[in-house]
Design a protein around this ligand. Sequence first.
Ligand code: PLP
Length: 480
Amino acid sequence: MSDDLNFHMTPEAFRQAGKEMVDWIADYYESVEEKPVIANVRPGEIRATLPTNPPQKGEPFSQIQKDIDQLILPGITNWQSPNFFAYFPSNTSFPSILGEMLSAGLGVQGMVWKTSPACTELETHVMDWLVHMLGLPEFFLSSSDGGGVIQDTASSAVLCAMLAARERITHNQANKQGVPPHLVAYTSTQAHSSVQKAARIAGIGDENIRLIDVDDAFAMRPEALLEAINSDKSQGKTPFFVSVTTGTTSSMAMDPIEQVGQVLSSEIWLHVDAAMAGSAAVCPEFRDMHNGIERADSYCFNPHKWLLTNFDCSCLFVKDRDALIRSLSILPEYLRTPENEAGAIDYRDWQIPLGRRFRALKLWFVIRHYGIEGLQTHIRQHIELAKHFEEWVSDSNEFVLVAPRSLNTVCFAHRKGNAVTESILQKVNESGKLYASHTVLNGTFTIRMVVGQRTTERRHIQAAWDLFESAALEIAPNGY
Ligand code: PLP
């Protein structure tokens, strides 16, 4: 180990490099629209340009910066391009980036209240704000028996919810003795794969998760759920967990929370996965999707998808925080503090890992910068743009809607069938001018157009539509 502390970057050098990095990021945003949306490289190509061995001696930061442009940027798929319409968005914004920077700068690890009281208390406060901002039930407030916690992802959120449900139904015996084989969980065929993954990790197993059939709009059929539950009960199984989705990954379908809630007995935990769509609830006119939410035991949405907050930031609310904490808390001596003994929140007990980042900062910055009105404008603009796109598809001779437009997501296909639709999508994506992704709905290869980028304007979706149309004319010149 060197005695010379000068091998560290000095505050002065950091000041300069930091300013340059901020400039670089601002320049990136000013030019991202001109860049090809998808990285045009083959697997292994980026790695082949990197030095085989790490440097023996440290390098000047200017050298590292140069390599960002030359070695890294060619391998970046530009998620923040206004022409990115694939998957679901991964929003960010300048206030969020500043919050992330401050979080790294403070270097706080907020595992327990004591390790940084502001990290815990700002999180509690912002989560309470969100309950009001999204019109969620008051039992999710920290002042009630419930409360909210920021997780890394919706996948972790559903796992935590399932673990809490598992412990509740087994009166905390599963943690002690292992998971009994008779527990069964339910979700729809359209639910995100994270629910199945959670069932694996929670020890429920693939054979004990039922994927419930959906209706023509790809929403869970409550009567099919009830049938499955009754059938399991008649075989001596114990239904314990249902996950419904508001905004499914393939087509943004909305499971009917209210009707699902009506067929559930009270011991079955109801989780609502609103990972993508939940952000739209900042606008009162889109809160219908939450009808029946009063029956939910837990609810999750991802500001890192559609609320201008960079990955990772997933908000989980629970109705009964004791159930969650009982399932996840182990208090070793080295984490015991007078404050947690007196009841202060230790968010380590609300999640899988021990350590935790100061994520609330970026969310706080975003909410304060935009205000509720700014966030509403962000959501409404996207939904208006998606409506235009939907109209163009509806009026088109070449394309058809495969599912009803839901919020900002339009699912469409070419009339001539899967092979043509697939070729069109490939051609459009290869142009580098936009990126859209696909799904399969009822056997139909479907293009998903998700309008969710911060800087997407009407001209971008118009250009996207023109591209789809011209690709269609080239690939299937005889129209339909
Ligand atoms: N739930 C839904 C409905 C999703 O669409 C997704 C991802 O797109 C997830 C869960 C998983 O999200 P995360 O990456 O936060 O785990």
